[in-house]
Write a protein that binds this ligand. Structure first.
Ligand SMILES: C/C(=C\CNc1ncnc2c1ncn2[C@@H]1O[C@H](COP(=O)(O)O)[C@@H](O)[C@H]1O)CO
Length: 242
């Protein structure tokens, strides 16, 4: 008697010598073979995709928000710690969520201000070789493996940026925001530099060297608002269309 069993694979029907010797579930669940593919770019692409999915899914309903950047090394006794906390508290009082890198220093201060005010305190953590963990004032935290995915979230879910004194990480975030606005890749948003003593030298150099040398346009400096006043910093956001 001939074997006329049929096996359906979607629209395809298989018989006799074409019958598979395992099921799709067996092929999925039997853990055999080399796992080296987890270290390949196609798999990384899927991980990157997953980070975007998690980020977008977690933040889609955030409402108006401001991203606050600043040094991971700012100590609690530094006046900039109190300033970050006060800025976040004031913005929170105006209905804004606060987004930070979720780390220590100025990030912690901003998350503290937002959380203590009962607002939405978001931390976008980054996996680093010397992991610090999310600061205790983050109420909605998302851990990222890739810097560039995380940076997309800072821009996509905020109406603008307040930048406190910081180092390379802060500069990276500031200049990413400036480049996006300068090249009109995004709708322009406020970029506030808080702390004139710290930022003054950089702004002078941008104006007197970079702009004079023609490396940026004469109006590009206008994208930056330098202030030492919390209310003024907040005024660039409050009452503006979100
Ligand atoms: C260096 C230390 C901790 C690092 N932990 C960080 N966690 C989260 N986000 C970070 C961290 N370090 C830098 N960032 C991001 O860059 C900005 C601050 O960088 P800076 O070089 O300190 O100015 C900040 O806005 C974060 O988004 C332990 O001291």
């Amino acid at each position: 008697m001939t074997d006329s069993r049929a096996h359906r694979m979607g629209p395809v029907e298989l018989r006799r010598g074409r019958l598979p010797d395992s099921t799709t579930d067996q092929r999925l669940l039997d853990s055999r073979g080399d796992a080296g593919w987890v270290h390949t770019d196609p798999w990384r692409v899927l991980r990157i995709q997953a980070e975007f999915v998690e980020g977008f899914g977690s933040l889609a309903e955030l409402g108006p928000a401001v991203s606050i950047f600043g040094s991971a090394r700012t100590q609690p006794e530094d006046p900039m710690y109190a300033a970050a906390q006060e800025i976040a508290r004031t913005l929170c009082g105006e209905g804004y969520a606060i987004i930070t890198g979720g780390g220590p220093g100025a990030m912690e201060a901003a998350n503290k201000g937002a959380s203590q005010c009962g607002g939405v305190s978001v931390g976008l953590g980054i996996e680093l070789p010397h992991e610090q963990g999310m600061n205790e004032w983050v109420d909605l935290g998302i851990h990222f493996r890739y810097f560039f995915v995380r940076k997309t979230m800072f821009v996509k879910y905020a109406q603008g940026f307040i930048v406190l004194p910081g180092g390379f990480g802060t500069m990276d975030e500031l200049f990413e925001a400036l480049t996006l606005a300068q090249t009109r890749k995004v709708t322009s948003f406020p970029i506030v530099l808080f702390g004139s003593a710290y930022w003054g030298g950089l702004v002078d150099w941008l104006r007197d060297t970079m702009a004079v040398d023609g490396k940026i346009g004469p109006d590009d400096i206008g994208m930056l608002h330098v202030t030492d006043d919390v209310q003024e910093a907040v005024s660039y956001f409050v009452g503006k269309d979100t």
